[in-house]
Design a protein around this ligand. Structure first.
Ligand code: HEC
Ligand code: HEC
Length: 492
């Protein structure tokens, strides 16, 4: 996958093309989309980087064409090799990137003996075989991006009929490392509050009522009794385990590692070694496939399709992806409208759920193995693609689940039996590049997405609808400044 969006390549190439032949290009006024352009030296550096990446990718393509299975060389990374530091962070990033755009084939374990064709509609929790690569759905707006409506996944259906499935639009991957890290810190704090209440109830012999809140976000309350039983009826937006699960449109997964494992299985029939080990203890688990044996559940003749080391690699890669930014428009007239839109975002109440900034305390990432004692340690603010943001993560979400009313509800239950109209507050960072919007991609534009809010967000939705048209447009201008950093790209 190329690492840079196309937007600015044209500007840079144009500047080069207009320079008189043979002479060093004189600095031209560049109509930079968001204000001051980077310095010429910085542009040169970006162009060099972009060229290097382009050359590497071209070379890899030729190599793959000339040497059978060369493109699969980095797929069977073992955890033992990762633990032995055979690969540095740069290589882990590169291999994760290759995995993300790799087109899986039967040789790599793609498929399932009972499916001979692609199935757009998934069969229950066993999944589809609906495309060939992660990038096949996560590509809109640049590398590791979102999905267009035609890339929607149709999950948990009957394998045939589109209306049996739950429609899901693919979100972008940028910044997901920060999201997981925030979720983990918030979970620890909520669990600490519960434990403190349990200790207090035990020592005093009295019930203790505790308001749960972390990073300024309330998750309701608990009543803890001296016998250690807990009344969860006032808990809000999180499961009884008090683990924030930021991933998936309904907020059901807390670690990227598990998401990678699920995605590879659901979309390509690539089954992880760890999953197969779990299958060994539960031979009746139905959704892994028709295989009689725990070591090849999908019965395609391939074993160890997804090594644990590759889960570590891809999870580390995702954690190292760049972070979206807020880029106000350069035009002074639009700048005023942007500022008004930004103020309206708060006064209308959008930031009640789409919390602008959440502080991240610990910036060290431990990607720990499931089976060995090994881990990959990353510095979230230093390692990986730029920009990486600051400790105040500009996420525009509370990482909390909300009921958005019957208009947005799924047509039937999903595997976790969460209420049909409940979804996690979608982070709005990077919004400009990720249409369509909402869990099923039903909203083509940002205003349509806002107007589709109901349930807990009904008052804010109505307040938006009641704004004069100019103010609505200003809010739209503001939301379009949530974007990804423009970068130079050399591409085809
Ligand atoms: C068929 C399209 C499709 C393919 C292929 C696909 N994804 Fe996704 N991805 C989605 C959809 C749809 C969602 C939202 C799922 C949900 O809400 O349940 C998603 C969500 C995610 C998320 C969670 C993001 C978030 O913010 O909630 C991660 C991480 C992810 N995918 C990684 C991957 C990886 C890694 C691969 C390749 C192994 C992959 N995806 C392949 C469609 C796809
Ligand atoms: C009660 C909490 C809440 C409030 C208040 C709220 N939202 Fe949302 N918002 C959500 C949830 C939950 C989703 C995800 C819905 C889904 O997945 O279908 C969402 C989704 C969105 C999306 C779509 C994002 C995407 O990538 O699909 C936009 C845009 C959005 N909200 C903007 C706003 C704006 C603007 C306001 C203020 C007028 C607002 N929201 C108020 C909870 C809220």
């Amino acid at each position: 996958m190329p690492r840079f969006p196309t937007r600015l390549a044209a500007v840079v190439l144009l500047a080069g093309a207009l320079a008189p032949g043979g002479e060093a290009p004189s600095p031209l006024p560049i109509p930079w989309p968001h204000g001051a352009a980077p310095s010429a030296a910085e542009l040169d550096r970006q162009l060099d980087d972009a060229r290097t990446i382009e050359e590497r990718e071209r070379f890899e393509e030729f190599l793959a064409a000339s040497e059978i299975n060369e493109d699969s060389d980095h797929l069977p990374i073992t955890q033992e090799d990762v633990d032995a530091d055979v690969y540095d962070k740069k290589l882990l990033f590169q291999f994760g990137d290759e995995f993300f755009s790799h087109e899986f084939t039967h040789e790599n374990g793609y498929g399932d003996s009972s499916y001979t064709t692609l199935k757009r509609v998934h069969t229950g929790v066993r999944g589809g075989l609906d495309t060939f690569s992660c990038a096949g759905c996560h590509s809109l707006g640049g590398p590791d991006g979102a999905g267009s409506p035609t890339q929607n996944a149709m999950i948990q259906g009957d394998g045939d009929h589109a209306d049996s499935a739950l429609v899901r639009n693919a979100p972008a991957m940028l910044g997901v490392g920060m999201v997981q890290a925030l979720g983990a810190e918030m979970s620890r704090e909520l669990q600490f509050q519960r434990q403190t209440a349990l200790d207090q109830a035990k020592s005093t012999g009295q019930p203790v009522s505790v308001a749960l809140a972390t990073k300024g976000i309330s998750f309701g309350a608990l009543v803890v009794k001296p016998d250690a039983s807990i009344d969860y009826s006032s808990l809000e937006g999180v499961d009884f385990d008090l683990v924030i699960k930021p991933f998936g449109r309904k907020g059901t997964i807390s670690r990227l590692r598990r998401f990678v494992e699920d995605a590879a299985r659901l979309h390509f029939g690539e089954q992880s070694h760890i999953l197969a080990l779990g299958y060994k203890d539960k031979p009746d688990v139905p959704h892994l496939g028709p295989g009689p044996s725990w070591f090849d559940p999908d019965n395609d003749g391939k074993q160890r399709e997804l090594e644990e080391g590759i889960l570590t690699t891809v999870a580390s890669y995702l954690a190292m992806l760049e972070v979206p930014v807020v880029l106000p428009p350069a035009d002074p007239g639009l700048r005023d409208r942007w500022a008004n839109g930004s103020a309206l975002f708060d006064s209308v109440g959008c930031s009640n759920c789409h919390v602008r900034q959440i502080p991240l305390l610990y910036t060290t990432w431990h990607e720990t193995s499931d089976t060995t004692k090994g881990e990959v340690v990353l510095n979230l603010f230093a390692d990986g693609d730029q920009p990486r943001g600051s400790n105040l993560i500009e996420l525009f979400s509370d990482l909390k689940r909300h009921d958005l009313g019957p208009g947005l509800a799924d047509p039937h239950d999903e595997e976790h039996h969460l209420p049909r109209s409940v979804f996690i507050t979608r982070p709005l960072w990077g919004l400009a590049e990720t249409p369509p919007y909402l869990h099923d991609g039903r909203a083509a534009t940002i205003p349509l997405a806002i107007l589709a809010h109901g349930g807990e967000a009904q008052p804010e939705r109505d307040a938006f609808a009641a704004l004069p048209a100019d103010d609505q447009a200003d809010l739209h201008v503001f939301l379009l400044s949530l974007t990804r950093e423009p970068k130079v790209r050399v591409g085809r």
